[in-house]
Design a protein around this ligand. Sequence first.
Ligand code: GDP
Ligand code: GDP
Length: 455
Amino acid sequence: MNLPIIAVIGRPNVGKSTLVNRIAGDQQAIVHDQPGITRDRTYRPGFWQDRNFQIVDTGGIVFDDEEEFLPFIREQAAIALNEASVGIFVVDGKNGLSAADIEIAEWLRQQTVPIVVAVNKCESIENGYVQAAEFWELGMGEPFPISSIHGSGTGEMLDKVIEYLPTITEVEADNTINVAIIGRPNVGKSSLLNALTGEKRAIVSPISGTTRDAIDMLVQRGEQKYRLIDTAGIRRKKNVDYGAEFFGINRAFKAIRRSDVVLFVLDVLDGVTEQDMKLAGRIIDEGRAVILIVNKWDAVEKDTYTINEHRKELKNRLFFMDWAEMLFISAETGQRVNKILDLVDKCAESHRRRVSTSVINEVIKDAVTWHSPPTSRQGKQGKIYYGTQVRSQPPTISLFVNDPKRFNDNYRRYIERQFRKDLGFPGTPIRLVWRGKKVREIERGVGSPNRATKV
Ligand code: GDP
Ligand code: GDP
């Protein structure tokens, strides 16, 4: 199940990234302090009402002469729209309608994706509608006055946007699990693909992926379907002339983004290399469920302790994904290959899992009782008012607290451990978002999806 995508389009400086920050702002509070985290991601998770989505900003580059760069904007927009369910076309209400807006609109009208026009920088509610009115001329339906800086009008605009997302039932009906086989060259990805699909040759069918030359394969086991992502990328043999490393890693990054579960293939003879760390960073960044596939187990001389020693060493090195499942296999002899899809099922289930607010607050209550939050030197103690799961894939829990700064990393890790201990979540990352909130707001129930419960 892939989250639907919302693409944000518009000329430079209209406020696209400000808007994306506002919509996905909550999710940005996630702190990554693991090594190898990449910062170039433009796909951000967000939600509005009961809908989860990914929002992608197509801009980020500011040009002096924007007319000259219309083709560039179009190209960026085309890439984003290709995968999107709906686009937000952002225009600048302060500057008014520009020739470039009209050109972009003309092009957008030829696309099949529905578009909502957001007239940004309309801070004043009264003037907003007047400012927005001239954008009817774009011929793309009602222009919504918004202010990305203040947040006004964004709610009405998003109400319209989510109307165009596929319904929850449509998204959930496609319960195919997306699986990416990721790893450095030569760790045995192609061999694993063969081992996985070979035994089920009869029911393997290639299906076209989202990018031109990506080939996905569908594997069915009982009722469950698995989409093996970009198998063409796995099979392609490295071509040293083309800088295969670079080409390969970008391809891997794309496959990770489209997956639910990553089979992260390592070569047991090499252990975890720098390149592996880079891939691991991206997998974490994207919040995917992970199975560490430790391949070439047949080539290791072993006694009864060997497997535990390897396990320990790998967990140490990949400490930031110590929740990942691990399987020692041989793609060549087929040893334990038949266990992989069982684990994929298990990981996909925890990745999609939703836990009720009352259960989450039980865990918090218990955790806080055992180990109270730190107290600052001024004697002020951290307080967790309540928590609630705000999205799945991966499970993301917002914790409403008096002051996020009072909760140090140690305590944050403790709380995460308690969630894992009490609720499980094998094979998936979980994200905790620490949000400061005033008691008064909590009591008024401001902004809380459920009635606030103090814990
Ligand atoms: P992008 O190039 O389209 O991503 O635009 P940015 O998000 O970087 O914003 C460009 C400029 O417009 C920045 O100086 C922002 O502070 C400003 N800006 C963005 N949103 C608003 C808004 O809602 N109101 C006002 N007045 N300025 C805004
Ligand atoms: P890829 O580049 O990750 O797709 O790796 P390949 O599947 O092409 O495998 C690279 C090399 O490792 C080949 O020579 C394979 O024969 C070898 N190899 C793959 N899996 C295993 C395994 O389980 N055991 C051993 N001993 N060698 C393997």
